[in-house]
Design a protein. Structure first.
Length: 132
């Protein structure tokens, strides 16, 4: 729950800034990137007291949020169709990595179904992204 709120706060922060147009200069981009790195480190530190798969999921969520934020910042700094596609791909890959890690808690057929659903969702999103 805490990580979901942190991720939401990060996305809202950067999403709101994204509506203002591209970053004005490289210094703005680097400052935002450093802020994202700091938020990533803080999120990973929050995972340390956790145990087992919850800790693994927490770390994967933190890394996924950071990767998506980096792609969004790059797209804001240099808006191109390629960077826009990279954002969509990063979001799909992040969702996939998180889903697969959550499947690790399951056993037997439930795990297989969970992984199959994750792969199906990932392929659907990637195909939709490629069609754009």
């Amino acid at each position: 729950m805490k990580h979901g709120l942190l991720a939401l706060a990060v996305l809202v922060t950067f999403a709101g800034a994204g509506h203002a147009g591209p970053a004005k200069n490289f210094d703005d981009y680097k400052a935002a990137l450093l802020a994202a790195q700091d938020q990533y480190r803080t999120a990973v530190d929050r995972c340390k007291p956790m145990k087992g798969n919850a800790r693994d999921v927490c770390k994967v969520e933190s890394k996924a949020d950071y990767d998506v934020t980096k792609a969004q910042l790059k797209d804001r700094y240099q808006p191109t169709p390629g960077h826009d596609k990279k954002v969509r791909v990063e979001k799909a890959e992040a969702a996939y990595r998180i889903a697969v890690e959550k499947c690790a808690d399951l056993k037997g057929d439930a795990r297989k179904v969970c992984r199959r659903d994750a792969v199906t969702h990932y392929r659907t999103v990637m195909n939709a992204s490629a069609a754009r």
